[in-house]
Design a protein around this ligand. Structure first.
Ligand code: AMP
Length: 281
């Protein structure tokens, strides 16, 4: 497995793979890898001849007062995990090379930047689209693999690929959960044992909505109110948002039979966790 630290070396590696007429699948990450990331690496390996994982805690997607400094990092462990998954290359760029002085060019989705997580985290998706566009330009992947866990990110990036004519195809992998339902996340590390227990309210809320839909109660306003009540009644938990939106557009327009995304964000103590499920209305 190649560990690559510079943009130039990454470009040369990718070009050499393409010269051999092999395909590259790319899994971007911020590291502190868990089973969710590993499932994406496995998916990447199953669909392309070569797999590249990037590990970069992207400062541009953290707002003031967010957890950039304390975001968990363990590159040595990450490299072992990537090697165990038989990734072909890991791209570990340096912050100063990715954002050199005088970097003033950003990529923004002007519509979806301000809904769901975008509304609660101003500038977040501008940081995401910019870093992913840069990584696409450096790595030139045939396929890029993202997780449904970050549903809004997945849709914004699909739109970016379409709008800016990137060559890569985007594949979305399912949400990987702990046995008790908690979606895997690098931020779960912040939870103490009582918060870890209380955090189950996220997946429980989604299951509640799934059950209601299955029993033909599709009154989304009522379900949303019930979920907000349940979350805010859970110790240490506070709703950031609970929203039903069209699963394709992320907007509030849906008709009977459409797929709707139920997306939730909850503060458990200081830690902000997100989760989602797709239902048919
Ligand atoms: P991150 O390191 O948080 O930037 O995530 C890197 C990629 O892993 C993104 O495409 C995420 O959507 C994906 N991911 C994070 N958590 C999970 C999970 N529990 N299941 C599946 N994919 C995930």
């Amino acid at each position: 497995m190649k560990v690559i630290n510079t943009i130039e070396t990454m470009r040369i590696w990718s070009q050499s793979i393409h010269l051999q007429k092999e395909t590259i699948a790319f899994v971007p990450s911020m590291g502190y890898l868990h089973g969710g990331h590993l499932s994406l690496i496995r998916k990447a390996k199953s669909i392309a001849q070569k797999t590249v994982v990037s590990i970069f805690v992207n400062p541009a997607q953290f707002g003031p007062g967010e957890d950039l400094e304390k975001y968990p990092r363990d590159v040595d462990r990450d490299l072992i995990l990537c090697k165990n998954e038989r990734a072909d290359a890991v791209f570990l760029p340096q912050k100063d090379e990715m954002y050199s002085p005088g970097h003033f060019t950003y990529v923004v989705n002007e519509q979806l930047n301000n809904v769901l997580c975008g509304r609660r985290r101003p500038g977040h998706f501008k940081g995401v689209t910019t870093i992913v566009a840069k990584l696409f330009n450096i790595i030139d992947p045939d396929i890029s693999v993202f997780g449904q866990k970050d549903a809004q990110q997945a849709i914004i990036l699909k739109n970016m690929v379409k709008d800016l004519n990137f060559r890569t195809k985007i594949i979305i992998g399912p949400i990987i959960r702990e046995a008790d339902g908690l979606a895997l996340s690098s931020r779960n590390k912040y939870l103490n044992s009582s918060q870890r227990r209380n955090a189950l309210i996220l997946s429980a809320s989604l299951q509640y909505a799934e059950k209601q839909f299955a029993s033909e109660n599709k009154n989304m306003d009522q379900i949303k109110e019930e979920i907000i009540k349940k979350i805010n009644a859970t110790p240490e938990c506070k709703v950031d948002y609970v929203e039903f939106v069209n699963a394709e557009t992320l907007l509030g327009d849906y008709n009977k039979g459409d797929k709707v995304l139920l997306a939730i964000a909850v503060f458990v103590g200081e830690t902000r966790l997100i989760d989602n499920t797709i239902l048919t209305c």
